[in-house]
Design a protein around this ligand. Structure first.
Ligand SMILES: [Zn+2]
Length: 473
């Protein structure tokens, strides 16, 4: 058998790894969108470096679009098999794919309008045939992808055929996330390879700790924060209380929290709810402003059984995780504009987490020059994104092609991180008996993070595969 690393190789997005058995059977683990460089989005994602019809099976680790986002395109180009994943991943992925298609249509619309009429502003996006052809796939391909998804339970090995068995382990990270152990029977021997997918941080809000896979020969592991240690202060409630008090109560400013719609937003809302039931939450309006986040929050509420002890205990005592007086969910774009103009202090939680596009960019634009407001970055911001620029402490940033003075306070917290840091990754490696593994492949991290992790672990069995590279297992 061999493994080919088609994506997330020395970068964070575009996860896509292929196992090819000696008998030719081919398994694809994840099929994500590569959005490392926006200008190359089309080139990086439109075509596959293999024939989709040649793939026999797809396994999806979790719903995030850098792992799932190109599945409808795989189907559009001829894949006709099953997609194995956890039950919650099916519903979450559907929402994320629809959102991703909307984003693609908006981008395509912007481009065509820029070409046609220079500076004309886009007001409406309609699902037209023209727009659909400009996107990687259309709604019918999302429906087909969802129909192809088969849910597997965690820790129940599924025998795909006499040569191949698949088992899912809880990965933490977000609702439904799984690590995948694949056992392959070839030449009278069984070889096992584990794909971590994205791992969760230990002691995260809402999700359980990652559960290490057992009995592995090979490991393909994420390394997002391989070169970084999270700060010591990760008490989410205490951090949010400090920021809401200092920004909204003392200075009557706005606390703007850029947060990913899936996972991060729910953790932030739950933490505010915990403050509320303890009687500690100040009387300040809190808005969640992302339709995808609102839909995702409903799914989290429907899958309480998959959440951690803290969340389930809270639910049994209080009956809900994500609802308390003073919390408002904004679905209508008109309401979204109204929040930033409110003449009173408020907390605004909106997407996307890296402050690239979406409603959050407007909230940041409205508040960035207000010295009484705070922008609290709660997650990973890739280089080249507005979130990254803000964290660099630049006095001026460009939003909508105009320079904006940064007078608002810009802060960062690790309390909601959805990935383990270097110590967390090594803790995971120890639990999978990493010194006995034949090879450890680092993926889903930039080169410097991987290099730092490799040096720290200090094993010759660690590989940092380049894109398109093939290894015999
Ligand atoms: Zn992820």
């Amino acid at each position: 058998m061999n493994i080919t690393f088609w994506g997330a190789a020395r970068q964070v997005t575009g996860s896509m790894h292929m196992l090819t058995l000696d008998n030719g059977y081919t398994v694809l683990v994840d099929c994500g969108l590569d959005y490392e460089n926006r200008d190359d989005f089309e080139v990086n994602n439109r075509n596959f470096p293999f024939l989709p019809e040649d793939i026999d099976l797809v396994i999806l680790t979790h719903a995030h679009i850098d792992h799932s986002g190109n599945l409808p395109n795989l189907i559009r180009q001829g894949y006709s098999g099953q997609i194995l994943c956890s039950e919650a991943t099916i519903e979450l992925t559907r929402n994320l794919l629809i959102d991703s298609l909307n984003v693609q249509m908006i981008e395509s619309d912007k481009k065509s309008r820029t070409r046609k009429s220079g500076k004309k502003k886009m007001k409406h996006v309609r699902l037209s045939a023209k727009h659909q052809s400009a996107t990687l796939y259309n709604r019918s391909h999302i429906d087909k992808a969802t129909d192809a998804m088969i849910s597997l339970a965690y820790y129940k090995p599924f025998e795909v055929n006499e040569h191949l068995t698949v088992e899912l382990f809880e990965a933490g990270h977000i609702l439904g996330a799984a690590s995948v152990k694949i056992s392959v029977k070839e030449g009278g021997k069984i070889k096992t390879i584990g794909f971590t997918g994205d791992l969760g941080n230990y002691n995260s809000k809402l999700v359980k700790d990652p559960v290490p896979m057992t009995g592995l020969d090979y490991l393909v592991t994420e390394s997002t924060y391989g070169g970084r240690l999270h700060s010591e202060n990760t008490n989410a409630e205490a951090i949010l209380l400090e920021y809401i008090t200092n920004t909204c109560v003392k200075f009557r400013g706005k606390l703007v929290i850029p947060a990913f719609s899936v996972g991060r937003t729910q953790a932030v809302i739950f933490s505010f709810n915990q403050l509320y039931v303890k009687g500690l939450l100040p009387d300040v309006k809190i808005f969640t402003d992302s339709p995808l986040a609102i839909r995702t929050t409903r799914l989290y509420a429907q899958h309480i059984e998959n959440l951690n002890d803290e969340a389930r205990d809270f639910y049994s005592k209080h009956g809900n995780l994500f609802s308390f007086p003073g919390l408002y969910s904004m679905e209508d774009p008109g309401d979204s504009q109204m929040i930033s103009l409110l003449p009173e202090p408020a907390v605004i939680i909106s997407a996307a987490g890296m402050v690239e596009g979406g409603r959050i960019q407007e909230h940041v634009r409205h508040n960035i020059s207000d010295p009484y407001s705070t922008i609290l970055i709660a997650g990973f911001c890739a280089e080249g994104t507005l979130g990254h620029e803000l964290l660099q402490g630049k006095p001026t940033v460009k939003i909508n092609k105009r320079d904006r003075q940064v007078y608002a306070k810009v802060s960062r917290t690790d309390a909601f991180s959805a990935h383990p840091d270097q110590n967390g990754l090594i803790r995971y490696f120890e639990a999978v008996n990493y010194k006995k593994l034949k090879k450890i492949f680092l993926v889903h991290g930039d080169y410097t993070s991987m290099q730092a992790l490799k040096e720290k672990v200090g094993l010759k069995t660690i590989e940092m595969p380049e894109e398109d590279s093939v290894y015999e297992l």
